[in-house]
Design a protein. Structure first.
Lengths: 114, 110
């Protein structure tokens, strides 16, 4: 099992460009999450999904869109990138039945917006 | 508002001694608390968790203590080893989500 994988690992964008980050999991998990990590801020939830075809906003959703067309994939889109979106992005997943809400994380995508 | 806080950005401990990482929270609705460990250029990995109805959970060298009246939890690592050097995140579970603290960078010195 590869677990949770993220594509790409690194990316540099110019202000105003768009891009899509891909998250894939092979554990048949129902729930998937996108976080961003910034120095001194911990991990903040951007959007999440509790099943195929569903999405919901997290703590910091502005400037991002998501889609969950297939159960194993969760896409995070930036329509018009801004320097404030420079961050490390982590995807996570968990099964629907999880007694402590443990989430399994991918390796991250480091995004720089110039 | 920061619902989960880790007030110590960094901690330095000698190898073999006890490491104590602290976390405070404000929301009484949190039902589980988790600790994650993160190495550079990797994703966080789960370490240990505790239910809000318990006050202690132990797993090998790692013990988590929960003080509900003080809304405080701590992670004890005994004995500390060089491989424990990492950033540790405290997280609290509510509904389907986790709320994370800012993280504490633990450095184990030989």
């Amino acid at each position: 099992n590869a677990g949770v994988t993220q594509t790409p690992k690194f990316r540099v964008l110019k202000t105003g460009q768009s891009m899509t980050l891909l998250c894939a999991q092979d554990m048949n998990h129902e729930y998937m999450y996108w976080y961003r990590q910034d120095p001194g801020m911990g991990l903040r939830l951007i959007h999440y999904s509790v099943g195929e075809g569903t999405t919901a906003k997290g703590e910091v959703p502005d400037g991002y869109n998501v889609s969950r067309l297939k159960k194993q994939n969760f896409l995070l889109g930036l329509e018009s990138a801004a320097p404030s979106q420079t961050s490390v992005y982590f995807c996570a997943s968990r099964p629907q039945m999880s007694w402590d809400n443990e989430q399994f994380f991918g390796p991250g995508t480091r995004l720089t917006v110039l | 508002d920061q619902q989960v806080k880790q007030n110590s950005p960094s901690l330095s401990v000698q190898e073999g001694r006890i490491s104590i990482l602290n976390c405070d929270y404000t929301n009484s609705m949190f039902d589980y608390f988790l600790w994650y460990k993160k190495y550079p250029a990797e994703g966080p990995t789960f370490l240990i968790s505790i239910s809000s109805i318990k006050d202690k959970n132990e797993d090998g060298r790692f013990t988590v203590f929960l003080n509900k009246s003080a809304k405080h939890l701590s992670l004890h690592i005994v004995p500390s080893q060089p491989g424990d050097s990492a950033v540790y995140f405290c997280a609290a579970s509510v509904v389907q989500k986790l709320v994370f603290g800012q993280g504490t960078r633990l450095t184990i010195n030989p």
